[in-house]
Ligand binder design. Structure first.
Ligand code: SF4
Ligand code: SF4
Length: 181
């Protein structure tokens, strides 16, 4: 068993030791359109360009999933190393919400969380609240919205999965730009 039940607000001993266990498996991390838009803002390029350059799209049945791209060693495309060989995230302030709450993970679309015991920082350091309630709530809300938008386009408008993903990205990006005005 590599995961344990985790109740939001529970304090657990944790200290990030800046290994690359989590960021070393970027392609395993699915992200939302909203993560994509924040990354595109950070990089100053259109979300479609971010998708094409830095992400993978996996289609399972009729659902398109966006995952973080990887380098030749399978590590997240945004993972950097400083002069001491320590890891850092090159898009830290725009990193996906799944990365923000890690090693806590959603157990479903409820507030129940799982703790990923593959993270070697679990059990180290002081007791802390691993994922803030605010971040967990944003992750939940955005995950629900993301799949609702895509499923509506695929199931109701009957768009082909990849086209539905591009259309959902364009729609949400347009709304985001309008909210910025
Ligand atoms: S969160 Fe855990 S797995 Fe990720 S870098 Fe920190 S210690 Fe390593
Ligand atoms: S986006 Fe940043 S925090 Fe997330 S897996 Fe990649 S390097 Fe790690």
């Amino acid at each position: 068993m590599d995961k344990a039940y985790y109740k939001p607000g529970t304090r657990i001993k944790f200290r990030c030791i800046r290994c690359d266990v989590c960021c070393g498996t970027g392609p395993n991390v699915t992200i939302t359109i909203y993560d994509l838009i924040r990354i595109s803002k950070k990089l100053g390029v259109h979300p479609r360009a971010v998708l094409e350059q830095f992400m993978n799209v996996v289609i399972a049945d009729v659902i398109p999933y966006i995952t973080l791209g990887s380098d030749q060693w399978g590590r997240c495309v945004f993972l950097g190393f400083n002069q001491n060989g320590e890891t850092y995230c090159r898009i830290y302030d725009a990193r996906p919400y799944k990365c923000r709450v890690y090693p806590a993970q959603l157990g479903g679309l409820s507030e129940e969380l799982k703790l990923d015991l593959k993270c070697p920082g679990v059990g180290e350091g002081e007791e802390t609240e691993i994922a803030s309630s605010k971040d967990v709530q944003i992750l939940l809300d955005e995950t629900k919205r993301h799949y609702e938008k895509i499923l509506e386009l695929v199931l109701t408008k009957k768009l082909e999965p990849l086209r539905a993903l591009y259309e959902a990205i364009d729609n949400e990006y347009r709304m985001h730009k309008q909210q910025q005005k």
